[in-house]
Write a protein that binds this ligand. Structure first.
Ligand code: DUC
Ligand code: ZN
Ligand code: ZN
Ligand code: ZN
Length: 483
């Protein structure tokens, strides 16, 4: 079955031009003037762009004693509703669990995805088993490894473990990722704030100041440089972290930074709201920052020192957030954003003149497809690419509201934001999943996208070496990481 998207203006990361796009089954097969097919989509007045890729989601993730409330079915429905046609989720072994077993769990979770997906593997503990399994993980097409420098006593890896794992990544041609916050200092600040009677959600932000992020970002960059690994810093939220990334790139290091749409448009005043639920719903790590940090992130996207806009989509209901009444450290960390990332970035980026349309495509899709080594199958409008396409109506408007969202939570942190620029049609590997603005979920259509290593693999160099202070991890048998 063939389809053609007619009369639109194609916008990619490189250029903008008028042409039709012909699709056969799941692929783009021709681009040019006056193409015809059985099924025609009229894109008059619209932009035809590569579907968005959100490289940072946590769907149905065991975290802080519960599970994030969007699973792959509702999460990918929300994604396509907002023009995102691929998510990269974090496969999260509980400390002590085999990485391969964790992959099986994530394979099972993801069977009802509407759009394509891939995984990053989190390194939540360190041992000879983990070291060995990392090679197998790469063979299975998961070529990026996440390290939490925060969440002490739970997911956090120490520097010796991070050094060893980054070194292993370099040998496997894989990309290390970091959640960069100094978890030891955060734990100190949390204890101090609680002891002083600061138990509310506003204290969450005080416990994670920009300095803890700047320090950890610098540290991770230096360690990556020492082992010759590239580095991807997730949820870069402040100038201190951005500065570290900028400086490293100027020195020729391959370091990438990923601001979230939340940090670009929401600021720390959200935590001063006297309504406990309002503030708690916005508790995420890193927390929202002030306007100066926001300006820094926007400037980084403009200058190219920051490359990707993601969401860290990790949704919790109000009921789940209330686990933290009386103790802010127990509020599940995370906010949604999958459905709103592209319309918000268009509204506050393209419509304001901060980003060109081509830059919009670069930071929502193409850059990450290249960084994660799946370009041009994803992130491109070229012959042979997957037909993951968004037909974008720059004149469509709406007011964001929980009432109309796809996400499985009872609120939206962007409630009341007015956006102009929305997907009109969305195709996931050639299947229409948004038709004239209406979501047509296709649970089970989405497939796992395996990725090749980024660099030559040199396993001969690899040898297990115990780090100085191996952590004793007992296998708990409880999948919820207990954190
Ligand atoms: N930050 C969050 O807010 N949620 C999930 C994990 C994280 O690092
Ligand atoms: Zn025709
Ligand atoms: Zn994180
Ligand atoms: Zn995350």
């Amino acid at each position: 079955m063939s389809k053609v998207i007619k009369n639109g203006t194609i916008v990619t990361a490189d250029r903008t031009w008028k042409a039709d796009v012909l699709i056969k089954h799941d692929k783009i097969v021709a681009i040019g003037p006056d193409l015809h097919a059985d099924h025609e989509i009229d894109a008059t007045g619209c932009y035809v762009m590569p579907g968005g890729i959100d490289p940072h989601t946590h769907l149905e993730m065991p975290f802080m004693g519960t599970y994030s409330s969007d699973d792959f079915e509702s999460g990918t429905r929300a994604a396509v509703a907002g023009g995102t046609t691929m998510v990269v989720d974090f496969c999260l072994p509980s400390p002590g669990q085999s990485l391969l077993e964790a992959i099986s769990m994530w394979d099972n979770k993801s069977t009802r995805a509407t759009c394509d997906f891939s995984f990053h593997m989190a390194i939540t503990w360190w041992s000879e088993q983990v070291f060995n399994e990392m090679a197998e993980v790469v063979d299975r097409g998961i070529t990026s490894f996440k390290h939490f420098m925060a969440y002490k006593g739970a997911l956090m890896v120490d520097d010796d473990e991070m050094y060893a794992s980054f070194k292993r990544c370099a040998e496997l041609g894989a990309l290390p990722l970091v959640h960069a916050e100094n978890g030891d200092v955060v734990a100190q600040l949390q204890a101090k704030l609680l002891a002083e009677g600061n138990t509310g959600p506003e204290a969450h932000a005080y416990s994670r100041p920009p300095e803890v992020e700047g320090e950890a970002t610098n540290r991770a960059i230096m360690i990556a440089d020492m082992v010759g690994a590239p580095l991807y810093v997730v949820h870069t939220s402040c100038e201190q972290a951005h500065e570290a990334i900028r400086r490293a790139r100027q020195k020729g290091m391959r370091v990438y930074g990923e601001p979230l749409i939340q940090h670009l448009v929401l600021d720390e005043s959200e935590y001063a709201n006297p309504d406990w639920d309002h503030a708690a719903r916005r508790v995420m790590s890193p927390p929202f920052r002030n306007k100066l940090h926001q300006d820094s992130l926007w400037a980084g996207l403009q200058a190219g020192s920051l490359q990707v806009v993601a969401t860290d989509h990790c949704a919790f209901t109000t009921e789940q957030k209330r686990f933290g009444v009386g103790d802010f450290t127990k509020i599940p960390n995370g906010t949604g954003g999958l459905e709103d990332r592209m319309p918000l970035l268009w509204t506050f980026g393209v419509n304001t003149g901060r980003l060109t349309m081509n830059e919009f495509v670069a930071v929502t899709s193409t850059n990450i497809a290249k960084i994660l080594n799946m370009y041009p199958r994803k992130g491109a409008i070229v012959d042979g690419a997957d037909a993951d396409i968004v037909v974008w109506d720059p004149n469509a408007e709406k007011t964001i509201s929980a009432e109309t969202q796809q996400s499985a939570i009872d609120y939206n942190v962007f409630e009341g934001f007015h956006v102009k620029g929305l997907p009109r049609w969305v195709l996931s590997r050639g299947e229409i999943v948004v038709e004239d603005g209406t979501v047509k979920p296709r649970p089970g259509h989405g497939e796992f996208v395996p990725r090749e290593p980024h660099a030559p693999v040199n396993r001969a160099l690899s040898k297990w070496k115990e780090v100085t202070a191996p952590r004793k991890v007992e296998r708990s048998g409880i999948p919820a990481s207990g954190v």
